[in-house]
Design a protein around this ligand. Structure first.
Ligand code: N01
Length: 581
């Protein structure tokens, strides 16, 4: 794999005692630093990357951009920030998102709290002191009353160990660890392994540079056109004239972002009406296409109608019927994370682009010259592994996290992640996870999920200070109940039925557990609020003053939003069928 240069040497930090140690300086870590400082806490953040931005720092492959409208894929905690920052495209490209992350770090003076190029290797809870000791690969050893993980859900690269990789004479890249200076594929024969979101975004652009492009596909994916375009300044002005209203509407939606949504059943419409509806939502593009009907992810028959519509679009876009057939998924539409593209399927109409099916005959091996499938060598000069991530838990596995009684998190999560509210883990006091497994995380607009979690954590820490509590720990029974609830809600959704990274199925040997919370962002937020308002129900506080006193609401105030009954009706709630697209 391509190597990054060694960082500049620095003196290790030892012995400093902080209120909190934060892992990561992506969108989660940055906001955590801001929120904690606002409430008067000291914090140190360690970040493995050479800059802030997290996933956007690493995923700088060609074509990387967000697929939630930029005007919503951004922080909402500062109205000034909302007003002063200008997004240029409907879906911001990676460099613009990085510029935004850097702007936030400077604008709010966050860099002084961050140590870059530093990977946390261990965190151990000292029961006598009620503090976490955190060690890094640069020799730092510091302590924190609290240990906060903002490590991201999709940040531990999955690098399948194909035989013979070391023999390959050209470079091998992973989309999630892209070289900082970019890669020029001009005149090269390039192989791309994988056809998930990263591949689907990068393939059309790599195809423009490469002399020949060979895509190795194990499972075809559904993809909806982004229809990305420069943002109309008039539209931006209109949004900015009442930004808080858009933010509030987004918070009340099942995914934490706002777009037109039709809650009716796909089966209640006749074929022609349904076709019209799908065309209308297709013309809007992106993930909101799934908002065409309310039951698409609950009813297989309803789902078949949208799946067939999407397959017809592939047949219309791809000239060669055999290639179109190979690119056409036959599984549940939206079961794997839906992809959003710009000219992906059309790319296969180029004579220099070819598709190799590795679903039945997998990649056999690399040789010096290329990749062998079914005994045939595909000659290549460079390979891109768009093979995804050890999702949701992979980044936790990289840190030795030791809780009460010497139990490691890895041991505790052997059969799948166990959390209370996706925020905490019983037996790991004063440890908080931002957008962890068991929370809406990847099924909601990520930055909204992050902000809601950080606000909850910061309010909890301030409450503990108010009541003189040294530790907070989830009760095992409440954690068990939450894990059961997360799994029960998932079973109602068709999303739990296929082999996706949501269930850890993309990596052999991982336990099969639906990891994010699919019951709807505002429903989840309401639960977090209730837990807090009830004096941290489900938690044990080791408090100088008795009882779980009702807390003072500080940062979480803005998350007290009524459910949007248009899309989350009482009937849907009762049936646990909140349509998360
Ligand atoms: O990863 P993926 P990704 N041999 O896991 C294939 C977010 N994201 O990086 O499906 C051959 O989706 C694998 O095949 P299969 C988004 O949430 C967002 O693309 O397992 N192939 C699959 O085709 C997304 O869902 C954006 O059979 C192998 C591909 O590699 C998530 O990140 C952009 C293989 C991996 O697809 C992950 O996306 C990019 C093997 N041994 C990513 N192993 C936005 O637009 C794996 N594959 C915001």
């Amino acid at each position: 794999m391509a190597k990054t240069p060694d960082p500049a040497p620095r003196t290790p930090e030892t012995g400093t005692a902080y209120d909190a140690i934060v892992v990561g300086a992506g969108f989660a870590g940055l906001y955590a630093l801001y929120a904690l400082r606002r409430l008067g806490f000291t914090a140190r953040a360690f970040e493995a990357g050479g800059g802030v931005g997290g996933t956007w720092y690493w995923n700088r492959y060609p074509g990387a951009r967000c697929d939630i409208d930029s005007l919503q894929y951004s922080y909402s905690f500062s109205e000034e920030l909302d007003q002063e920052w200008t997004w240029t495209e409907r879906y911001a490209p990676q460099p613009e998102i990085m510029a935004y992350a850097n702007h936030v770090a400077d604008r709010f003076d966050l860099r002084r709290h961050i140590r870059l190029d530093t990977r946390v290797v261990s965190a151990t809870f000292d029961e006598a002191e009620a503090r976490w000791t955190v060690e890094t690969d640069r020799g730092d050893r510091v302590t924190g009353r609290f240990f906060i993980l903002g490590v991201g859900c999709l940040s531990a690269a999955n690098r399948p160990p194909f035989p013979g990789m070391d023999d390959f004479k050209g470079p091998i890249y992973h989309t999630g660890e892209w070289p900082q200076d970019g890669v020029d594929f001009t005149g090269l024969r390039v192989g791309v392994i994988g056809t998930g979101s990263s591949a689907i975004q990068s393939i059309p652009i790599i195809a423009r540079q490469a002399k020949a492009l060979t895509v190795f596909q194990r499972t075809p994916n559904y993809s909806v056109p982004a229809w990305n375009a420069p943002l109309d300044p008039e539209y931006v002005r209109a949004v900015k004239s009442d930004y808080p209203a858009l933010r509030a509407k987004a918070r009340a939606r099942p995914t934490g972002f706002y777009f037109p949504f039709n809650a009716a059943s796909a089966l209640s419409a006749g074929p022609e009406e349904r076709e019209r509806q799908y065309e209308e939502f297709w013309a809007r593009g992106g993930l909101p296409f799934l908002g065409a009907y309310g039951d698409l992810l609950f009813d297989r028959q309803a789902n078949d109608t949208i799946a067939e519509f999407a397959r017809a679009k592939i047949r219309a876009a791809v000239e060669d019927p055999a290639t179109a057939a190979l690119l056409s998924p036959d599984n549940v539409f939206g079961c794997k994370r839906l992809c959003v593209d710009t000219g992906y399927f059309e790319t296969y109409n180029n004579p220099h682009v070819s598709l190799v099916d590795v679903s039945k005959a997998p990649i056999e091996r690399f040789t010096a010259e290329g990749i062998v499938v079914a005994g045939r060598l595909h000659p290549l000069d460079a390979v891109v592994c768009a093979t995804g991530f050890a999702a949701m838990t992979g980044s936790f596995d990289k840190i030795r996290i030791v809780g009460r009684g010497g139990t490691t998190l890895k041991e505790k999560w052997q059969a799948g992640p166990r959390t209370y509210l996706g925020l905490t883990v019983a037996g790991f006091p004063n440890m908080f996870i931002i957008a962890g497994p068991g929370s809406p995380s990847v099924l909601a607009s990520m930055i909204q999920s992050i902000e809601q979690h950080v606000d909850w954590i910061a309010d909890c820490m301030a409450h503990m200070r108010d009541v003189g509590a040294r530790t907070i720990d989830a009760r095992v029974e409440d954690e068990d109940r939450w894990v059961e609830h997360v799994s029960e809600v998932a079973q109602v959704s068709l999303r739990s039925t296929c082999s996706s990274w949501y269930v850890g199925a993309n990596i052999p040997g991982r336990p099969r557990v639906f990891m994010p919370y699919i019951g709807g962002f505002p429903v989840y937020v309401q639960r977090c609020n209730e837990v807090m308002d009830a004096g941290y129900e489900g938690f044990v506080l080791d408090s100088a003053r008795p009882g779980n006193a009702p807390p003072k609401v500080r940062l979480t105030e803005r998350w007290h939003v009524p459910l949007d009954v248009e899309v989350i009706s009482p009937a849907m709630l009762a049936a646990r069928r909140v349509p998360v697209v």
